[in-house]
Design a protein around this ligand. Sequence first.
Ligand SMILES: [Zn+2]
Ligand SMILES: [Zn+2]
Length: 165
Amino acid sequence: MSDIAALDKTVSPSDKFREFLSTKRKKFTREREIILEEVFSDHEHFDTDQLVLRLSGRNDGKQVSRATVYRTLGAMEQAGLLRKVARPNGREVWEHDYGYPQHDHMVCDKCGELFEFHNEEISSLIEKIASAQGFLKTSHRLEVYGTCDPCRRPKKRRNRKLDLI
Ligand SMILES: [Zn+2]
Ligand SMILES: [Zn+2]
């Protein structure tokens, strides 16, 4: 869940991935292309099994194996296209790192929803703390755990049809 706008990408994710793969002397195979297209078709956070499921629903006859999905996501992480974000039950989900601005997450312990936010003060504070330690920061990851607004509301009682008789 996010209202953070995506940045303009001057180099497309597929060009960036192709470039990365060529430095590793690997080919941008049709399988890798299919996975990349599916991943960048929307910005929602996803876990690897969900992606495998989405890919298996394709009906163009091209099947991508689970192992290929795992390996390709790992390569996309190395290429700076994806990053991992933790979730409450220990499961890790992926999100776009490329073409998407720095942001942090609030994680609901009840429903597992991720809420994105960006705050300049937090960023500059981390910057200050790091430089005071002589630490050269490359990135940061901040997760705030708790209960989201909808989960905090008391559940409405459904009007059961039987009650009306
Ligand atoms: Zn919730
Ligand atoms: Zn996010």
